[in-house]
Design a protein around this ligand. Structure first.
Ligand SMILES: [Zn+2]
Ligand SMILES: [Zn+2]
Length: 154
């Protein structure tokens, strides 16, 4: 789903649930749904500020909760003390590597890992429904081994 139709779906969700469709909610939805990154509430606030729209933190959190409930946005907890959000995609489960210095998040998929988590669950007489994996480390940019611009925290 492209981000324009994701925004449309979110507005339809609001209307279907008799929730107010406000310009602020639409602006928040745009930032989250059109991002290919993992944004925090602070990132959203900064981004909206840069666009000339001041939206309060409470409104941002409330809107994020509604977006998660709508199934259009997935919430992530990388153990940083705050939550991050990314658009829900149709593709299968993916994992994350996060830089503990700059907060850069990279996604990956690995079929061996997928199979292994299933086998480990089986060994313990479980049927795996899902799993979460976050690898923490220091990225190449922060180690100075890569020249590209330092990754932003979103
Ligand atoms: Zn880094
Ligand atoms: Zn992700």
């Amino acid at each position: 789903m492209d981000c324009a139709s994701a925004i449309e779906s979110f507005l339809a969700y609001l209307r279907d649930h008799n929730l107010p469709v406000t310009a602020q909610r639409q602006a928040i939805a745009e930032v989250v749904l059109c991002s290919d990154r993992h944004v925090s509430a602070d990132d959203i606030e900064r981004e909206l500020w840069a666009r000339g729209a001041a939206v309060g933190t409470a409104t941002i959190y409330r809107t994020l909760d509604v977006m998660v409930r709508s199934g259009l946005v997935v919430e992530r907890d990388f153990g940083e003390g705050f939550r991050r959000f990314e658009p829900a995609r149709d593709e299968p489960n993916h994992e994350h590597v996060i830089c503990t210095v700059c907060g850069r998040v990279v996604e990956f998929r690995d079929e061996r890992l997928d199979r292994m988590t299933m086998l480990i669950a089986e060994q313990h007489d479980f049927v795996r429904s899902r799993h979460k994996l976050v690898i923490e480390g220091v990225c190449g940019v922060c180690r100075g081994t890569r020249n590209e611009e330092r990754g932003s925290a979103i």
